[in-house]
Design a protein around this ligand. Structure first.
Ligand SMILES: [Fe+2]
Ligand SMILES: [Fe+2]
Length: 312
């Protein structure tokens, strides 16, 4: 799809040298890519097709209980049902993240020139997230599962965070929300065992999110050089705390009750699962490598990241 242009080669060179890319230039390229590859999920996907018998709603290896003693006792039917509820829980979590992110982006551009490519791209990203949230909501309804909100304390924490977070803190949280789910979605859309509609949803999301990740990474890289020292330090600690919340909130435990499992027992088994730990760590690896590289994972923050289970 993308050809290696001179600009790409130059970017690669800058990356290698650890130099900051021009903010406007990055945004212009993201705008051009958005103009070429954006999707309207309402038109793009077949929402009237019936669910496919025997197909998964999420790859089994990415279902929280996979490979635990409980999983081994479950029937294939119950496992698929759990994947259906976990997909709905992740879509709900995705909407929560996106709504937070939309507000962070609005705050980010509030005092910046609207004529700049950087602001125009932020507005484009907000448009993307509006379509995604509607797409996820439609997917949840389509699957006949409940809406799975995050817990009340996490909701309150999110409300506070989206109102007061610093710019680097905002972009770190953005990447955390986007990159782990993105890693899972990259395994989901090509998987033929998975429902066609879910494959379509994750494919659209992966394509559009790649730009969001790029935008957030470039901005965070700049911020970790240019933001005041206190703000950089604050980012290290708050992002570590955010990682802890993220790993707890990742799957809503009500899914277990709703498929007829003992919630406490299921949560304990997920917590003890080596496979699950590996999945979460691998999913976060690209992100933690990047954050380490730009100096976010230091001191107290690093210890918090470790205790979240996302960092080895
Ligand atoms: Fe999104
Ligand atoms: Fe996004």
């Amino acid at each position: 799809m993308t050809t290696l242009t001179e600009a790409d080669a130059l970017d690669g060179l800058r990356d290698a040298l650890g130099l900051l890319k021009d903010r406007e230039q990055v945004a212009e390229r993201l705008l051009a890519s958005s103009a070429k590859h954006s999707f309207d999920p309402d038109k793009e996907l077949d929402w009237d097709a019936p669910l496919e018998e025997g197909k998964w709603f999420w790859p089994p290896e990415l279902v929280s209980l996979y490979d635990t003693p409980m999983w081994k006792r479950m029937s294939e039917e119950q496992r698929i049902l759990l994947s259906r509820h976990e997909a709905a829980a992740l879509a709900s979590l995705g909407i929560w993240f996106e709504i937070i992110l939309m507000q962070l982006l609005v705050r980010h551009i509030y005092d910046k020139a609207a004529t700049s490519a950087h602001v125009r791209y932020a507005l484009t990203e907000i448009e993307d997230e509006c379509r995604h949230s509607k797409m996820f909501a439609r997917l949840i309804r389509h699957g006949g599962t409940p809406w799975y909100p995050v817990s009340r304390p996490h909701q309150a924490l999110g409300r506070l965070f989206k109102t007061i977070s610093t710019t680097p803190g905002s972009f770190t949280a953005t990447l955390l929300g986007e990159e782990v789910l993105d890693w899972m979605q990259r395994l989901t859309f090509p998987d033929e065992r998975v429902q066609t509609l879910i494959r379509g949803v994750t494919r659209i999301h992966v394509v559009e999110e790649a730009r969001h990740v790029r935008y957030a990474r470039e901005e965070l890289r700049r911020q970790m050089v240019t933001a005041p020292k206190w703000s950089q330090e604050f980012t290290r600690v708050t992002s570590g705390e955010f990682a802890r919340v993220f790993s707890v909130a990742f799957v809503n435990p009500e899914v277990y009750t709703n498929v007829g499992l003992d919630k406490r027992e299921a949560m304990a088994q997920v917590k003890a699962s080596g496979h699950r730990r590996e999945v979460m760590r691998t999913g976060a690896k690209r992100l933690t490598d990047f954050l380490d590289d730009i100096g976010v994972l230091r001191g107290v923050g690093r210890r918090l990241w470790r205790s979240s289970g996302l960092l080895a």
